[in-house]
Design a protein around this ligand. Structure first.
Ligand SMILES: N[C@@H](CCC(=O)N[C@@H](CS)C(=O)NCC(=O)O)C(=O)O
Length: 288
């Protein structure tokens, strides 16, 4: 049932043939898992054994990525079911009425939502020798605050990202986003370790990472004026490189070209194409 099933996937780009090949191979190297379709209205609820754990996901959702990162880091055995969020199956909404991903489901019927809560729960039930949160109550509380307040960065980022296609796009949230990020640079500087958690990523690291994976997208979608200013964030820049070496991050990571393809599909005016990675994987494997 493990999902860490390496598979070769192929992504194509709009540029010339050499670039296409180069990008297909670099992307290919970074996609490590089997891509599965997003279940839509009319699809039956897949059966789940009594003691099995499932996370409902949308492959491009940063919130759901939080729980996948923690599940992997904690060595938890879980399966992933992707959900089409614009055409959700009825049983999915009935199971968790907000209808959001991530949603965690146990085979005995227990259900839990909200990425920060799900991640904290997974930390508690997973490998005890790899705690993601501090044993010091004050530090733990401070870290929870950092993870929670990251919503300020997220909402500023989304104000741009979800409107990138509009001609009258307001770029002012970018400065707000940078201001909110200053807090994380300062906090990391004050800690003597590579990660917020110590010498390995922990709760704060995994809770904020999915948006760092997507910052480059702003420059790609809007232009160089929204490039991530690395000189303003030397510690976070080093931290980003270190995070990219982490096994859990590598498992779920998607390159900027893939995030771009999703965003362009989402705002194309037609139906969001959730399954392009599945099709690209099928083409690639049929050519092996
Ligand atoms: N506060 C939630 C936010 C999750 C969320 O917004 N997920 C989005 C996908 S990235 C979703 O499920 N959207 C479906 C909808 O809004 O109907 C969390 O932290 O888990």
């Amino acid at each position: 049932m493990t999902l860490l099933n390496p598979i070769i996937c192929c992504i194509t780009r709009r540029s010339g043939p050499l670039n296409t090949l180069r990008s297909a191979y670099s992307t290919l190297a970074s996609l490590k898992m089997k891509e599965t379709p997003h279940l839509a209205q009319g699809t039956p609820h897949p059966p789940l054994e009594k003691d099995a754990l499932r996370i409902y996901n949308m492959r491009f959702c940063p919130y759901a990525e939080r729980s996948l990162l923690v599940g992997s880091a904690k060595g938890i055995k879980f399966e992933v079911v992707n959900v089409n969020l614009v055409d959700k199956p009825d049983w999915f909404v009935a199971m968790n009425p907000p209808g959001l991903v991530p949603t965690l489901e146990w085979g005995d019927g227990r259900v839990l939502g909200e990425s920060l809560i799900v991640s904290e729960y997974l930390d508690e039930i997973g490998d005890a020798s790899r705690p993601l949160q501090s044993s010091d109550p004050f530090q733990k509380a401070k870290d929870k605050l950092l993870a929670d307040k990251f919503s300020q960065v997220i909402s500023a980022l989304f104000k741009i990202m979800l409107n990138y296609h509009k001609p009258e796009l307001d770029l002012s949230p970018f400065d707000d986003m940078l201001r909110y990020l200053d807090r994380y640079e300062k906090e990391l500087k004050s800690r003597p370790s590579q990660f917020f958690n110590g010498d390995k990523p922990g709760y704060v690291d995994y809770m904020i990472w999915p948006w760092f994976e997507r910052f480059e997208l702003l420059g790609v979608l809007v232009g160089d004026k929204l490039k991530f200013p690395k000189t303003r964030y030397p510690r976070l820049t080093e931290w980003t490189s270190a995070m990219l070496e982490d096994d859990a991050v590598k498992t779920w990571y998607l390159p900027v070209e893939v995030h771009e393809q999703y965003m362009r599909s989402r705002f194309s005016g037609g139906a969001t194409d959730y399954d392009f990675l599945v099709r690209q994987q099928e083409v690639k494997t049929s050519n092996l």
